[in-house]
Design a protein around this ligand. Structure first.
Ligand SMILES: [Cu+2]
Length: 104
């Protein structure tokens, strides 16, 4: 009984999260990620748009989760978040530019 109920709830949550996959937009401007703390859910797309006059990257600090490589001014780059967790990232060209994606 309890197991069946939990399975039903889990199935429901999976269905809801899949149907609500969103695109989360991050603007890069004036040497900052805006917002610099992004809350997302598995399946969401994070879209970085470089509106600055210099090239930037969005590179995870763990060295493996994601790396945009160079995003030229006026260009954008996106990727899909998969696993729940906290992912700190920076710009590899300007390491003081920091941000964080919380996948919940
Ligand atoms: Cu940069």
């Amino acid at each position: 009984m309890l197991k069946t109920g939990l399975a039903a709830v889990c199935g429901f949550l999976l269905t809801v999260s899949a149907s609500q996959a969103a695109t989360v937009k991050v603007t890069i401007n004036n040497y900052m990620f805006m917002p610099d703390r992004i809350v997302a859910h598995p399946g969401d797309v994070i879209l970085f748009s470089n509106q600055d006059t210099d090239p930037h990257t969005a590179t995870s600090l763990d060295g493996k989760s994601f790396d945009s490589n160079t995003i030229d001014p006026g260009s954008s780059w996106s990727f899909t978040v998969k696993a729940v967790g906290t992912y700190k990232f920076h710009c590899a060209i300007h390491p003081d530019m920091l941000g964080e994606i919380d996948v919940q």
